[in-house]
Design a protein around this ligand. Structure first.
Ligand SMILES: NC(=O)c1ccc[n+]([C@@H]2O[C@H](COP(=O)([O-])OP(=O)(O)OC[C@H]3O[C@@H](n4cnc5c(N)ncnc54)[C@H](OP(=O)(O)O)[C@@H]3O)[C@@H](O)[C@H]2O)c1
Length: 201
């Protein structure tokens, strides 16, 4: 398969490595690194990206920023930028890729533990994750041509040591395990699924 991996960070690098190891042809994308450049918050750059790279079989989204703050202190800019990037950015990634993806192809988006579990200052992240997961569940019922869509919801990553203090008492998940979940939903007939890599009980 030809797989487009957006995001070259902790999750994106692990997904790209796992996909390449499984024998797939991987194209990596971010604003400033990777094989191709595009910005999730710039719809025209997404349209240009997919027109440029031609047909492909899967999009694995491993990017999208959230700018968290306590509810009473979060600014309009923090809300707007988070929704524009991780929320609408991933939705527009799918919309821009739709005319170019091969029949039977798949989209895999990313949400996260916030929304299912409770941490301080979680409202912004939980809202955006809910937006992504709601889109995935509904888009799965509307996608044409046998296309599939799923969402990976990781716990905090073991490699993201800077985030660990914000998730006291939560078991971190290794990036390699997250990458396997992406490969699982890309390679099998999953659709409309939120694959949670965290314990909720
Ligand atoms: N790490 C965790 O613990 C964790 C847990 C659960 C969920 N998540 C979610 O997983 C996603 C990836 O997390 P990560 O830890 O792998 O992030 P990361 O290491 O910070 O890497 C983010 C990647 O996305 C790219 N990117 C950011 N904004 C972009 C944009 N507007 N357009 C295109 N590319 C963009 C960045 O490259 P450029 O700067 O070059 O664009 C970078 O390659 C995020 O949505 C995050 O919320 C992360």
């Amino acid at each position: 398969m030809k797989i487009i991996v957006t995001g070259t960070g902790t999750i994106g690098a692990a997904v790209a490595a796992a996909a390449a190891q499984a024998g797939h042809d991987v194209v990596t994308v971010s604003r400033s690194a990777g094989d191709e450049q595009a910005d999730l918050t710039d719809r025209a750059s997404l349209d240009a990206l997919f027109a440029r790279i031609g047909p492909f079989d899967a999009v694995a989204s491993c990017a999208g920023e959230v700018f968290p703050a306590p509810l009473a202190e979060a600014t309009d800019e923090q809300w707007q930028q988070s929704i524009q990037s991780k929320g609408l950015g991933q939705i527009n990634l799918v919309r821009s890729a739709l005319p170019h993806i091969n029949d039977g192809g798949s989209f895999t988006l990313v949400s996260g533990i916030l929304g299912d579990e409770v941490t301080p200052a979680m409202s912004l992240g939980a809202t955006v994750n809910g937006m992504v997961e709601g889109f995935v569940r509904s888009a799965a019922t509307e996608l044409p041509r046998g296309l599939r869509i799923n969402c990976i919801s990781p716990s905090v990553l073991a490699e993201s040591t800077e985030y660990l203090p914000y998730f006291p008492g939560f078991a971190p998940v290794p990036a390699a395990e997250v990458a396997l979940a992406y490969l699982r939903v890309i390679s099998n007939p999953y659709t409309g699924r939120i694959v949670r890599l965290h314990r909720t009980d």
